[in-house]
Design a protein around this ligand. Structure first.
Ligand code: PAF
Length: 296
């Protein structure tokens, strides 16, 4: 596995791949790799001849400096996990390599960046996610890039950026990886105490409850959100940031669910902000293909 720290070397690596007709899959990460990242890497390895990941904790997408300072970092552990998962090259630039020269340009996907996490984290968050992802796409030049559904809003915004700017990268949305309790895997989970980790599962339970009610015929978003709110408010230590039911294409709220929806939520458990979501259709959808016990 190659470890690449400069933009020039990364470009050279990609040029060599494409020169010999090899397909290049890319998983952008901020490190602290967990089973969710590994499932994206494995998917890329299955689909492509060569898999590259980036590890870069992008300072600009953090709207509060404490969150950036506290973001978990484990370079040695990440490199070990990446190699074991079959990664061919890791792009690991320093902040100066990426932003050394004053960056006067940014990429902003209007409207989609202004809902859900765009409200609680500030619109600057997605502006700098898009800008870094656009820079990484230009540096790594992958054919396909893999993103997890846990960050559905991020993936949808990046998909729209790619479409609007004609960036020749296919964006793949892959299923959320969960632990046995249902908690969505996230690098931030390492900051939870065992008790907080247990409390954090209330978000997934709330999402599942909304899906169950929807399947039983409850189509009013207000009622579905009330059901979710009740579950989370019962959980000591968990505080709701937002719970919303939106159309996946526009991320605008829907009052009545009669088509595919994204049921999305964010909660705070102690100092840690966690997000999760389910993509659900009222009559048919991913849940109907799952065994009954996995639908709960
Ligand atoms: O999801 C993440 O880890 C980050 O937002 C990303 C896509 C690597 C951009 O910094």
């Amino acid at each position: 596995m190659e470890i690449i720290r400069s933009i020039a070397e990364m470009r050279e690596f990609s040029r060599n791949c494409t020169k010999y007709g090899r397909s290049l899959g890319f998983v952008p990460t901020m490190g602290a790799l967990h089973a969710g990242h590994i499932s994206l890497i494995e998917r890329s390895c299955r689909d492509n001849d060569v898999t590259v990941i980036s590890i870069f904790v992008n300072p600009r997408q953090f709207m509060q400096s404490e969150d950036f300072d506290q973001y978990p970092r484990d370079e040695a552990g990440d490199l070990e996990k990446a190699e074991a998962a079959g990664v061919d090259a890791v792009f690991l630039p320093e902040v100066d390599e990426i932003y050394g020269r004053e960056c006067l340009t940014s990429v902003y996907v209007a409207s989609l960046s202004e809902t859900l996490c765009g409200i609680s984290r500030g619109t600057g968050h997605f502006r700098w996610v898009c800008t870094i992802v656009c820079k990484l796409f230009n540096i790594v030049q992958p054919g396909t890039a893999y993103f997890g559904q846990k960050d559905a809003q991020q993936a949808l915004i990046i998909g729209r950026m790619v479409e609007d700017l004609n960036i020749p990268v296919e964006v793949m949305l892959c299923p959320t990886a969960r632990d046995t309790s249902g908690l969505a895997l996230s690098s931030r989970n390492v900051r939870l105490t065992p008790k907080q980790r247990e409390a954090a599962t209330c978000l997934y339970q709330a999402l599942c409850e909304a899906r169950r009610a929807l399947r039983k015929g409850e189509k009013a978003s207000m009622i579905l959100i009330e059901l979710m709110t009740e579950i989370i408010e019962k959980q000591p230590g968990a505080e709701i940031d937002y719970l919303q039911i939106v159309a996946p294409g526009t991320l605008q709220e829907v009052e009545w669910v009669d088509d595919l929806v994204l049921i999305a939520g964010a909660i705070r458990v102690g100092e840690v902000r966690l997000i999760d979501n389910l993509i659900v259709h009222p009559e048919h959808g991913p849940w109907s293909e799952l065994p009954e016990e996995e639908q709960h």
